[in-house]
Design a protein around this ligand. Structure first.
Ligand SMILES: Cc1ncc(COP(=O)(O)O)c(C=O)c1O
Length: 454
């Protein structure tokens, strides 16, 4: 596929959801409302967030940047298939070829572009593993914006080279919780050695944007506009599979907030609902047992951040003040999941499974040995799901076509691989008591949530 095959439009799932998305709730009004969103996002991004249009044109300036690495390759995992002795065909779409090394710049570049167009000078954001922060640093560099990144302390310490990458592209990086914001200072006063969490880092970045006129906020997942920017991935995969005359039976991806996987499967979901799919395709999401929002969480309204600056979203959540164990897949350490994934799960369009990091790294090693590419810890969760699916095909003799998203490389994750090789990776399981407590606190905080009609 050549450059001209880069999609010209993003696909928005909202008009095609089996049920309307419950609206965000402003807790101060106990009623629908966008909360702080209009103060921290450009108008075009807000319009996309609530878009009733199915197709949204990609600005040529954004496509020009995409040309640096898009279209991304689709590979057949012949080595992995052989090692598993499976009759299944395994394909993977590889997003690790982008300059920051993951799918994240598909939206970072778009967000930086719209903010530049609407006159903003700086974007503030959070980052877990450092993938999103480096993507936004890259996006801001492309459109001459400043960038401030609040990086979860645990990752800041584990992954110093992601910080260097962000700084090289011109961003300013703070370990979160930081002394730069009210939210950070409050947490540091209680616990100066706090490891941080994505929820806390989001609070810091949102506060930074709210308190500086020239600054907006950029988000790497969960929101509808982010997920729809990722649909270039699935649209390209559709064309690439057409070239080899194949169509998936099952599509697998990891979910932190849900952007990479949604980017891959939404266009296939559109095939399904518009009657174009040649067969019934199953969508399978994989999350960590340490942070199992869908498999063990509640489907209820919650904040996107720890300091409760964002409105309430109806989503699968473990509670906004739940701090997940410090697994190496930092990008999957988030208490909530995209609201669209919630509706699709409720309507039985999406299945989710959870794995622990020890079994996930076994899968990553097998993949690295058979396919050569070192996967990031996040998509290694998807690889574990793929291996189990392919082994099931071996038992039943089914020649299924499996498509999965390898959404990033693991070149900056050598500490994690070192820990794995030396047997130092705890297989964190579901922290049941902590989750129960966090959900109880949420119910006590907003007892009126039960009375909402959504
Ligand atoms: C490589 C990689 N994959 C997956 C994720 C999870 O996010 P999402 O579910 O939005 O794709 C992250 C998040 O930082 C990431 O860096």
């Amino acid at each position: 596929m050549d450059e001209e095959e880069i999609p010209k439009q993003w696909y928005c799932i909202l008009p095609d959801l089996p049920k309307p998305l419950p609206p965000p709730i402003d807790p101060s009004k106990k009623a629908p409302g966008p909360g702080v969103a209009p103060l921290i996002f450009p108008k075009e991004i807000l319009a996309q967030e609530f878009s009733k249009e199915r197709w949204i044109n990609i600005p040529e300036e954004v496509r020009n940047v995409y040309r640096l690495w898009r279209p991304t390759p689709l590979y057949r995992a012949v080595g992995l298939e052989k090692a598993l002795k499976t009759p299944a065909k395994i394909y993977y779409k590889y997003e690790g070829v982008s300059p920051p090394g993951s799918h994240k710049p598909n939206t970072a570049v778009a967000q930086a572009y719209y903010n530049m167009k609407e006159g903003k000078e700086r974007l503030a954001t959070e980052t877990g593993a450092g993938q999103w922060g480096s993507a936004l640093a890259f996006g801001c560099m492309c459109f001459d914006l400043k960038c401030t990144v609040y990086m979860v302390r645990a990752s800041y310490d584990q992954k110093p080279y992601r910080r260097v990458l962000m700084e090289l592209w011109g961003a300013e990086v703070h370990a979160s919780p930081s002394a730069n914001t009210e939210a950070g200072r409050k947490i540091l006063a209680e616990n100066p050695g706090h490891p941080g969490s994505l929820g806390i880092a989001i609070s810091e970045a949102v506060e930074d944007a709210l308190t500086h006129e020239e600054t907006n906020y950029g988000i790497g997942s969960v929101f509808n506009h982010v997920l729809l920017h990722q649909t270039v991935v699935g649209q390209e995969a559709q064309k690439q599979l057409e070239l080899v005359d194949d169509y998936p039976d099952v599509i697998i991806g990891c979910i932190g907030g849900g952007s990479s996987f949604s980017g891959l499967f939404w266009p296939f979901y559109y095939d399904k609902v518009s009657g174009k799919a040649p067969k019934d395709v199953k969508f399978l999401a994989i999350e960590p047992t340490a942070c199992p929002s869908i498999t063990k969480g509640e489907y209820m309204y919650d904040h996107g951040d720890t300091a409760r600056l964002t409105p309430l979203f109806k989503m699968y959540t473990l509670g906004h003040d739940f701090i997940p164990p410090p697994i190496h897949a930092g990008g999957l350490r988030y208490h909530g999941k995209a609201p669209t994934l919630g509706v699709l799960t409720q309507e039985k369009q999406l299945e989710t499974r959870a794995y622990n990091q020890a079994e996930v790294f076994d899968a990553a090693r097998l993949f690295a040995k058979t396919e050569g590419i070192i996967p990031a810890p996040e998509p290694s969760h998807a690889i574990k799901g793929v291996i189990d699916e392919a082994l099931r095909c071996k038992e039943t003799g089914e020649e299924k076509v499996i498509l999965f998203l390898l959404c990033g490389h693991g070149h900056f994750d050598m500490q994690a691989y070192d820990d794995y090789l030396r047997g130092k990776l705890p297989p964190y399981e579901y922290p049941e008591e902590e989750v129960k407590k966090a959900i109880r606190r949420l119910r006590e905080l907003y007892p009126w949530l039960e009375t909402l009609p959504y």
